[in-house]
Design a protein around this ligand. Structure first.
Ligand code: GLC
Length: 797
């Protein structure tokens, strides 16, 4: 396997670690490590923050979003007998290492370095079921003389939301103490920003934070002033220079945590120290964790559990194609990014989140379908509980405080039925439609089917007189925030999206014995398709929207933003464009939108802010939704290409978005090469090709789906597993292993004629055994759970 080496790093031989070889990457390259409740970010400099349940409302440690300095974190200082000091990461001392490697792995990060003849390896991870992180530090003396190394940990408590501009206020409610028996600092706070029954800002922060050491600390401190020194700096704190801590605790401090331990090492001797940081439900629980992880075998067991958990999650579907960049992203990193980053952590560097986006995590949860579909169902049920009785939903809501934003964005509610449909395709489990869930404003339960149809039915009411859906405060594109605030403007993408849902829900309604709804959806679907094709066709492509004033957007009549991507790709995905028009539309995507780094979300970028379009037009030209490659939407172009049988195009676009390929030019791309970037700047930007907004992007789950279901063409349908590859003609063969409804499939695809698509022959366990619907694909029927099958697919004309 290729290692994808650049001047900043490369993959490990098995691809499950990205090894960074210089601390000075063009931007922080991070890992987002989470167990679904507790989590942390860790950059290659050792900087980052920690949280429990919500990365914004419940942050344990202070952090600032500064991509240039990257200087907020939880640090370990080392100091030798001569007074030399350095950090086990690289920040904050930034001494010049003799050796440095940061290995971002699946569920852990290891930073290895060497300074003044002392080698350290700092492993940071979060055990699967406990609200804490562990820092396992091994120190080895590589010099020829005995050494005495002093270790100082350092972090600043946040304990809640505590925005930086309000630190003076918030620190007044915090209290720290030291427990000598436990080797631990404990911290609590008597105020939290979550609303309570006696008014706002009148509840305790309900956790006990702890920071402990396996070795007995010789001193400790919880005061920033005595640790750094007044007007001091993290780079060279007084405490580290002086070699001791001042043991201040209590209520009146700028609260931090620092533990000081001393380690003596004979030549070549290696020792391990472990530190914990966490937020327990009580002091007793905190002390239990602290005592548990004082024992190194427990630490190693916990790390082993992390590895086992991830190896289970990453092996339910695996692929082996001629392209290493595809294999590595599909097998490892897109899954990891989606689960650890988007679904569990819900935060990163470019966006510190914590909330659930109604549409965001629903879309992401599609990744669970091939890993553990029960998790998709749980996500669906959670979102159903955040729908109002009238069918509308929160745009996003905060767990813990259960507060959310309601707005006029028109597509949010429809992602619920969309993902329910995906869930049923995967599982065939129509019975789940009867599961009861309450509404957010009404405790009486309604079935999931009711939740879904309420969303669709409401959307069917919000139509313009000429038969297109209203855009309201934006469609999938958040930046179109003012196009239809007067509830007159229309969205063409939304029209396509709704059409797709109507087709899907005709099936689901029939199955649910709701014949009259099935009939309504059928009729409305037909009418909608006609309306779109009559009204929204701009001559050569579909325009994108109309403003409240009726003015067209995304149209040849516009000087800026005259072609939009989503209305083209979704006309294909949603089966709105007839076959000739679909080909024509995709030609436009390739000709007018696709550039060297992928398909742009629109072209040309807006240079002039337009208050009747929204904040999209206020972004710098070429950035994010304003004419950049917006990876989430660009992944839909892969699907559209594959639907048209354009294997070369589908794979070319997929490969352009693939961070392994983009990362070959780090000086241009800047971003991590192992996770997708939310956006890559377009030609209108002075930094054309620069990736940003990594980790926290809905693109990972979609790119995964585009790769597995549309390029490799292994996708669930109601009555089986459809095989419909759409690949580059040069691919001779590939393999996909996956389970489907409990049965295991080992699928081997051969392409002797060098075609892009078309299944000529399909055998199941050595005999021909399949169903055929269309001219291109074949479907393997459902087999009993627990059985295993060999599938051989031969492509050809
Ligand atoms: C962001 C939002 C997502 C939205 C997209 C396009 O990624 O989280 O909900 O659809 O931007 O604007």
């Amino acid at each position: 396997m290729k290692r994808f080496k650049s001047r900043y790093g490369h993959l490990s031989p098995d691809g499950k670690e990205y090894v960074i070889t210089s601390p000075r990457t063009p931007r922080p390259w991070i890992n987002v490590i989470s167990n679904g409740d507790y989590g942390l970010t860790c950059s290659q400099t050792g900087s980052g923050y920690s949280w429990r349940t919500h990365a914004q409302l419940n942050r344990l440690t202070r952090w600032e979003q500064d991509l240039i300095k990257d200087e907020w974190g939880k640090y370990i200082y080392l100091r030798d007998e001569k007074g030399n000091s350095w950090s086990a990461g690289w920040k904050p001392v930034c001494a010049e290492p003799e050796y440095y490697r940061c290995r971002h792995g699946i569920g852990y990060t290891v930073i290895e370095s060497s300074y003044h003849g002392i080698e350290t390896a700092l492993t940071i991870f979060v055990p699967p079921d406990e609200p804490l992180e562990i820092w396992r530090l091994t120190i080895q003396n590589r010099s020829r003389r005995p050494r005495r190394i002093e270790v100082f940990t350092y972090l600043e408590w946040c304990l809640g939301q505590s925005p930086d501009w309000h630190r003076e206020f918030h620190k007044s409610f915090m209290e720290t103490r030291y427990d000598p028996k436990a080797h631990a600092i404990l911290a609590t706070k008597r105020l939290w920003e979550v609303p309570g029954d006696r008014g706002h800002w009148n509840v305790d922060w309900p956790y006990t934070a702890f920071h402990s050491s396996s070795l007995r600390p010789s001193s400790y401190d919880t005061d920033k002033e005595t640790f750094l020194g007044m007007y001091g700096s993290q780079n060279s704190p007084d405490a580290v220079r002086e070699g001791k801590l001042k043991k201040r605790t209590g209520n009146w401090l700028d609260p931090v945590a620092s533990l000081h331990t001393k380690i003596s090492l004979r030549p070549n001797e290696k020792k391990t120290a472990c530190f914990t940081l966490g937020a327990a439900d009580s002091k007793t629980q905190a002390l239990r964790y602290v005592l548990k992880y004082r024992r190194l075998p427990e630490v190693d067991r916990a790390l082993q559990k992390v590895r086992l958990q991830w190896s289970r999650l990453l092996t339910t579907v695996t692929i082996d194609t001629p392209d290493d960049a595809t294999n590595i992203m599909q097998n490892v990193w897109l899954k990891y990014q989606t689960i650890s980053g988007r679904l569990w952590g819900r935060t990163a560097y470019y966006q510190t989140g914590g909330a659930f986006g109604f549409r965001d995590q629903l879309q992401d949860s599609q990744l669970w379908l091939v890993v553990d579909p029960e998790q998709t169902l749980q996500q669906i049920r959670l979102h159903a509980r955040h729908q109002f009785r009238d069918g509308t939903v929160y745009h996003w809501w905060h767990p813990l405080s259960e507060t959310g934003l309601r707005n006029q964005v028109s597509d949010n509610l429809l992602w619920l039925p969309f993902v329910v449909n995906s869930y049923i395709l995967e599982t065939g489990d129509f019975a789940k439609l009867d599961l009861p869930e309450p509404w957010v404003d009404d405790p009486s339960p309604a079935s999931l089917y009711d939740h879904c149809t309420r969303a669709i039915d409401l959307s069917l009411q919000r139509f313009s007189p000429r038969g297109l859906p209203l855009i309201g405060g934006g469609d999938w594109n958040d930046g179109l925030s003012a196009v239809g605030l007067g509830m007159k403007g229309e969205s063409v993408w939304l029209a396509h999206f709704l059409h797709r849902l109507l087709i899907d829900f005709v099936e689901i309604s029939k199955n649910h014995n709701d014949r009259s709804r099935a009939a309504t959806y059928e009729t409305r679907g037909r009418q909608l398709k006609d309306a779109i094709n009559n009204i929204a066709w701009d001559g050569e492509w579909y325009y994108g929207a109309t403003k409240d004033s009726g003015e067209k957007l995304g149209s040849k009549e516009n000087k800026e933003g005259s072609v939009w991507l989503n209305p083209q790709t979704w006309s294909i995905i949603a089966d709105v464009a007839g076959s000739d028009r679909a080909q024509q539309v995709f030609d436009i995507v390739e000709k007018k939108l696709e550039v060297e780094i992928g398909p742009l979300l629109l072209q040309p970028a807006y240079k002039t802010p337009d208050k009747d379009i929204g904040y999209l037009t206020r972004y710098s030209p070429g950035m994010r939704e304003n004419g950049g490659v917006y990876t989430h939407a660009a992944a839909w172009a892969v699907i559209a290409a594959a639907m048209l049988g354009r294997g070369e195009s589908a794979f070319r676009i997929y490969s352009k978005l693939n961070p392994m390929n983009r990362g070959k030019e780090p000086a241009r791309y800047f971003a991590e090469p192992y996770v997708t970037a939310g956006n890559i700047e377009g030609p209108a930007s002075a930094f054309y090709g620069r990736g940003g907004w990594t980790w926290y992007t809905g693109s990972a789950a979609w790119l995964f789906k585009a790769g597995l279901e549309w390029i490799l063409g292994i996708r669930p349908v109601f009555n089986g597993l459809q095989i419909d590859p759409c690949i580059p003609a040069a691919w001779k063969e590939y393999t996909v292993r996956r389970t489907f409804r409990g049965a295991a499939f080992d699928i081997h695809v051969e392409n002797p004629d060098g075609v892009e698509c078309g299944v000529k022959e399909l055998t199941v366990d050595g005999t021909r055994h399949c169903m055929t619907k269309g001219p291109r694909e074949k479907t393997i029927p459902v087999f009993p759970a627990g059985t295993a099958h060999n599938i051989r697919v031969v492509l050809g004309k």
